[in-house]
Design a binder for this molecule. Sequence first.
Ligand SMILES: NC(=O)c1ccc[n+]([C@@H]2O[C@H](COP(=O)([O-])OP(=O)(O)OC[C@H]3O[C@@H](n4cnc5c(N)ncnc54)[C@H](O)[C@@H]3O)[C@@H](O)[C@H]2O)c1
Length: 391
Amino acid sequence: MAGLRQRFGRTLRLGIIGGGPDSWIGAMHRGAATHDGWWRVVAGVLSRDPVRSREAGAAMGFDPARSYGEVSEMLAKERERSDGIDAVAIMTPNDMHYRDAVAALDAGLDVVCEKPVTHDFAQACDLVARNRKQGRIFAIAHGYSAYPMTRYARLLVREGALGPVRFVQIEYIQSGLATRVEEGPQSDRWRWVLDPRRSGLALVMSAIGCHAQHLACSAAGMNIARVAADVRPWLPGRKVVDSVSALLEFVGGARGTFIATQAAAGGENDIRLRIYGEKGMLDWSHREASYLRLALQGEPVRTVGRGDPFLPPEILALGRSPRGHPEGLREAFANVYAEVAQERMARSLGEAPPELPYPRIEEGAHTMAFIEACLASQEGGGWVQVAQLQG
Ligand SMILES: NC(=O)c1ccc[n+]([C@@H]2O[C@H](COP(=O)([O-])OP(=O)(O)OC[C@H]3O[C@@H](n4cnc5c(N)ncnc54)[C@H](O)[C@@H]3O)[C@@H](O)[C@H]2O)c1
């Protein structure tokens, strides 16, 4: 991969859908995509209102000719340009993801898509099929599994440092729904978030539970086979789902626990992953994202830090500053964009890209199957099989 960028000869061009000036994740995507110089953000559709979209693009510094009013207009006009976009990044409200992803794939573009990738598993399977047919790259914006230390956790498990995995504990605790926001003033954002037809099958899963499930599966290297879930709001009488706790059984037999809540007053994007194997355990917390605690049975506990010189080069490459200098979610997001870019450039040059662990549409489909299984478990009680992708 050395010299890939020079061989490709130019920066990749990204069009964004959603993520206008009022959206913090929009700034995160733009910053992450451009962080290492792999991408330039050159075009966008930034609002569902065409006039506001064009105004927002110009206000954010886009070329007015590339600040579009509609997705179909952006795809058509960019196709006519010799310097048209290579990919789109979708960060619209959840109910738009599927429609925009289909349009982008049909236009022959690569896609980076926000989560939840679709409304349900059937739509996600359709995107998997379309993506395979078109031979495109389709990444999901799960930043937490792209931190250097969560990637190192994944590598340790894959290399057998813990021995066969016995148990995985994952939790994502947050306070976004700790008060009765549904009774407060309604912004555009709250209107779509609090409408289950727009935000998805279970709000907490669309918002943060999908990240937790993805991090657990990615680090442990296993899909979830069965789940027994408690899907009930912590706040009495609430119509949206603010919390899910569940027992897990992974493919292969390892077990685990899952907690995702947005109703924890005082909680602040508190994510914790623990994986227990036959030989020992690892422990990662979002509060100290640059460190991983590794405890092997009978040995002193080790705290591994991002930037430690003994780390494998592919893990060191995911960090940008020496140990002790803070890095965060933007850099983790930038790792996803960097990997998508490298795969795209390598493919275009006819070179075989190495196996890059950015989250793929297949993983997004597994998330949707997991969400459906949690809801079915609440409905019928007890353990429910998680549908697996065929093929
Ligand atoms: N990966 C993460 O960590 C993370 C964090 C926050 C949000 N998100 C995801 O990002 C997405 C957006 O969430 P948000 O909090 O930014 O929402 P938001 O409502 O704050 O912002 C949505 C943005 O999209 C624009 N928009 C709305 N409809 C559009 C359309 N039809 N075409 C083009 N633009 C349109 C709006 O003008 C706004 O700028 C959601 O899917 C959410 O799940 C992901």
